[in-house]
Design a protein around this ligand. Structure first.
Ligand code: 13P
Length: 260
């Protein structure tokens, strides 16, 4: 496996409500510069906190991502936030196709449009895929993941691979406790499967250059084993990413596991 820099994305979902809370978390995270060294850290706050998080991370290596983007470029779309708006506020990446967005009605066609909008605004796309349940008898979840991926990648050229990250988040593993996360061996198998589809679409070199992350009930107790045994390049972390000390411990665990 080509070793890439460890990438940790903190999906703050709707957990962090005020700019004061966000600034406090980021202040303590910035103090962990030794822990952050050698890893790429990205914070994904809600739209409302993007600007505060961009300000609070200025001068640091911590990047900022949005949690979603409109499939439309501009116009009469009340409540939507366009890719250009995200770019203008200072976000560098955007999470697209999160299962919590798909559950509230986002379709594969919308996700394709969102990817197009994000890439044309110069944002890096963190595309989420993942099955609702595992089919232990027939393995039909592989076909499901393949179809989500192929649909999202359909319009992408080889040159887009460098602006893409895949976050594999099995829906059944999200929002639970650490022992409900996927087992590293099963993750490894799925990660290799995803890589195969990326190589099929982009060709070998570009395909294997796309980082693959895992998300779903990750915390400092299972992060190391998931990254080292799961053949992934990093993690997309929900609940455990809100407290700076847990996030720092989680990064430390990944780095320690990589050195073994
Ligand atoms: P949890 O880490 O809270 O399970 O959330 C995972 C997730 O959905 C990240 O996008």
């Amino acid at each position: 496996m080509v070793k890439k820099k460890l990438l940790i994305i903190a999906n703050w979902k709707m957990y962090v409500a005020t700019s004061l809370e966000a600034r406090r978390a980021l202040q303590s995270l910035r103090k962990q510069s030794l822990v952050l060294r050698g890893a790429e850290m990205v914070i994904a706050p809600s739209f409302a906190l993007l600007s505060a998080v961009v300000d609070a991370t200025k001068g640091s290596k911590i990047g900022v991502a949005a949690q979603s983007v409109s499939p439309c470029a501009d116009g009469a779309h009340t409540g939507d936030v366009s890719a250009l708006m995200l770019k203008a506020v200072g976000a560098k990446s955007v999470i697209i196709g999160h299962s919590e967005r798909r559950a509230s009605g986002e379709t594969d066609a919308m996700i394709r449009e969102e990817i197009t909008q994000a890439l044309s605004a110069g944002l890096r796309v963190v595309l989420c895929v993942g099955e609702k349940e595992r089919d232990h008898d027939h393995g039909s979840h592989f076909a499901f993941i393949a179809s989500q991926l192929r649909s999202a990648l359909a319009d992408l050229a080889k040159s887009d691979a460098h602006h893409l990250v895949i976050a594999y988040e099995p829906v059944w593993a999200i929002g639970k406790s650490a022992n409900a996360a996927m087992a590293p061996a099963a993750l490894r198998e799925t990660s290799i499967f995803i890589k195969k589809i990326l190589v099929e679409h982009f060709g070998r070199e570009a395909g294997i250059s796309v980082p693959i992350l895992y998300g779903g009930s990750v915390d400092e107790t299972n992060a190391g084993a998931l990254v080292s045994g799961g053949e992934v390049d990093g993690l997309l972390v929900g609940r455990a990413s809100v407290k700076a000390s847990s996030l720092a411990a989680l990064i430390q665990a990944c780095k320690a596991a990589a050195q073994k």
